[in-house]
Design a protein around this ligand. Sequence first.
Ligand SMILES: Nc1ncnc2c1ncn2[C@@H]1O[C@H](COP(=O)(O)OP(=O)(O)OP(=O)(O)O)[C@@H](O)[C@H]1O
Length: 228
Amino acid sequence: MILMKDVYKTYSNGVTALSGINVDIKQGEFVYIVGPSGAGKSTFIKLMYREEKPSSGTILINDMNLAELKNRQIPLLRRKIGVVFQDFKLLPKLTIYENIAYALEVIEEPQANIRKRVMDVLEEVGLKNKARSIPSELSGGEQQRVSIARAIVNRPQIVIADEPTGNLDPDTSWEIMKTFEDINSNGTTIIMATHSKEIVNTMKKRVIAIESSMIVRDQDQGEYGYEI
Ligand SMILES: Nc1ncnc2c1ncn2[C@@H]1O[C@H](COP(=O)(O)OP(=O)(O)OP(=O)(O)O)[C@@H](O)[C@H]1O
């Protein structure tokens, strides 16, 4: 379902962020990406949703080869993948409803379906009563739940998250992790970069560790493995 074969990524400034990456992630897996700052985790994630292109190698997402993907095909990929960021990336002037509806409008979902789909997903994350609020009226944890709702409103097969609890306190982080577990229990693949030792060690999922641009560990029911 997600396959990387001999993937390299060197940025235009000459920094090699990934070298010789080989990985195979099956539908329904929950995978943590761990490793020191600057190791290449965000780059690994950006390659999967085609924010960045590999310098060489093959990346297959459901048989779609991202290295060969044309720009006009990117919306097709984004229907399969939802993305959640540390800083939420909500549009500050739009309501919660509009923020989520926007994700459906850009993929040209028929208007008639949008209202029901947005309200359904807001119910799933427990924020139906916040539909008319704007992001600054919500707590950090609520804003992150909105961004998760936006990521899953297309019912993607894969959700990728780059340090989604990085700006949240421990209790709120656990609520967010519960939401990700619920999404995963419906068969959605989750790939999450994190610096949270406590979360990784408690959840006992597959752990891929990246150090200095290479995968140095790939364990089922793995541990965080670093002191901080
Ligand atoms: N757009 C870019 N242009 C040039 N170099 C970059 C770019 N993005 C990242 N890098 C470099 O690539 C390397 C890997 O960065 P990356 O952001 O993937 O690391 P990371 O493991 O996600 O780090 P962190 O845990 O701090 O978020 C770093 O040396 C970084 O400076």
